[in-house]
Design a binder for this molecule. Structure first.
Ligand SMILES: Cc1cc2nc3c(=O)[nH]c(=O)nc-3n(C[C@H](O)[C@H](O)[C@H](O)COP(=O)(O)OP(=O)(O)OC[C@H]3O[C@@H](n4cnc5c(N)ncnc54)[C@H](O)[C@@H]3O)c2cc1C
Length: 353
């Protein structure tokens, strides 16, 4: 982002970050690096589990380097992932990733990022927004007195709720351990099934994360046990593994949401744009836009220019994800596997770094 785009340097030193996930922590670190005074508000207590595939795409490593956290992946024993496999409609496609990716639980990643932001000087603040009754959307915080505000509080509460009950999509996840997990290889695997899919991916300490999406109606019919929906190939893949906690569910998810913008705050991460999780690039997008938002807030860049830059960074990823989802819905998945090279598919779903 060019410094010519600066609109004002007055009052540039105070930045308030709402949300302490990857986008919020990256925003805080980037704003601190610009010399700003930063507060960061997080409603949860870390560490905590979060429904996520926990696949960290390769471009994350240089971003962490730039944020001054170069040793984080090695120190946390993140799994190294060099290959991918897609299982669709009885077909299988295997390919080597262009660069090494990583697997790290969100309980570790989010805690490490949040602690790093605090160590660098971000002051933790209790959230000013009072969360309403469960299921109710949080009231808008009053941003009036702040010099610059980054909103990184994740997916909008209630987004995706508009879909008719039964057609709504939910995410699920559970970690698995056991001898078979320790012996498993360095591949991220995606298994597609009716209306959903499930990823199997190694994380730190020899564990395996099993995470995916499924329609609410199918989940409900199976007593909200995601493993009751798994295709035979996935059931056989998980044989010998033991689930280490109950299935976690989240949703409804809005897979068709647009890119949001505000004129009084810099939106980052899922608060800005939620992309279909099968791209495995949501955390990358959160770190990228969080870093941009932190810089923009510290420099008091205009909100319009910031959101235009985010649109540029995220356009290809969002367009390709929408196209692939339509192909899957139209049952063109076999063609997808047969005709599109795996590496190309993978590269097209990355944001422009
Ligand atoms: C099923 C599923 C699988 C996924 N798999 C992957 C994957 O394998 N790889 C990948 O890269 N991405 C994946 N994603 C996407 C990824 O999880 C998100 O893109 C990422 O978490 C976005 O980070 P964020 O910081 O924007 O939001 P979040 O991670 O949601 O963080 C927001 C934080 O803000 C806090 N917060 C919320 N409201 C307030 C408030 N009012 N005040 C204070 N704090 C608040 C929350 O507690 C939370 O800690 C997946 C998503 C789903 C649903």
């Amino acid at each position: 982002m060019s410094t010519a785009a600066l609109v004002s340097t007055a009052d540039a030193s105070r930045v308030r970050v709402v949300g302490g996930g990857p986008a919020g922590a990256a925003a805080a670190l980037a704003a601190l690096a610009e010399g700003a005074r930063v507060t960061i508000e997080e409603k949860s207590v870390f560490p905590r589990h979060k429904v996520c595939g926990e696949f960290l795409s390769p471009e994350i490593a240089p971003i962490l380097d730039e944020l001054g956290l170069g040793g984080l992946l090695a120190a946390s024993h993140a799994a190294r992932i060099t290959r991918a496999a897609l299982h669709i409609g009885g077909r299988e496609k295997r390919f080597r990733l262009p660069e090494t990716a990583y697997g790290l639980s969100r309980s570790s990643l989010d805690r490490l990022l949040f602690e790093a932001a605090q160590r660098r000087g971000a002051a933790p603040n209790a959230p000013r927004a009072r969360l309403g009754a469960p299921g109710a959307a949080a009231p808008e915080p009053d941003f009036g007195r702040c010099s610059a505000v980054v909103i990184a509080r994740g997916r909008r509460a209630g987004s995706g709720a508009g879909a008719r009950s039964g057609t709504r999509i939910f995410g699920f996840k559970a970690h698995h351990v056991g001898a078979a997990a320790r012996a498993s290889d360095d591949a991220v695997e995606l298994y597609f099934f009716e209306g959903g899919y499930c990823g199997v991916s190694p994380i730190e300490n020899g564990a395996i994360n099993v995470c995916g999406l499924a329609p609410e109606a199918l989940l409900r019919a199976r007593g909200f046990r995601p493993d009751a929906l798994f295709p035979p190939a996935l059931v056989s893949r998980l044989r010998g593994l033991e689930r280490s906690f109950d299935w976690l569910l989240t949703g409804p998810l809005d897979l068709h949401g647009g890119l949001h913008a505000r004129s009084d705050a810099y939106l980052a991460g899922d608060a800005l744009s939620f992309v279909d999780p099968f791209t495995g690039s949501g955390i990358l997008a959160a770190l990228l836009t969080g870093r941009l938002a932190g810089r923009a807030a510290a420099r008091r860049l205009s909100h319009d220019r910031y959101h235009a830059e985010c649109r540029r960074v995220l356009r290809r990823q969002r367009d390709v994800a929408a196209l692939l989802r339509d192909m899957l819905r139209a049952r063109l998945s076999a063609s997808l596997v047969r005709w599109i090279p795996g590496r190309l598919l993978y590269q097209l779903t990355r944001p422009a770094c």
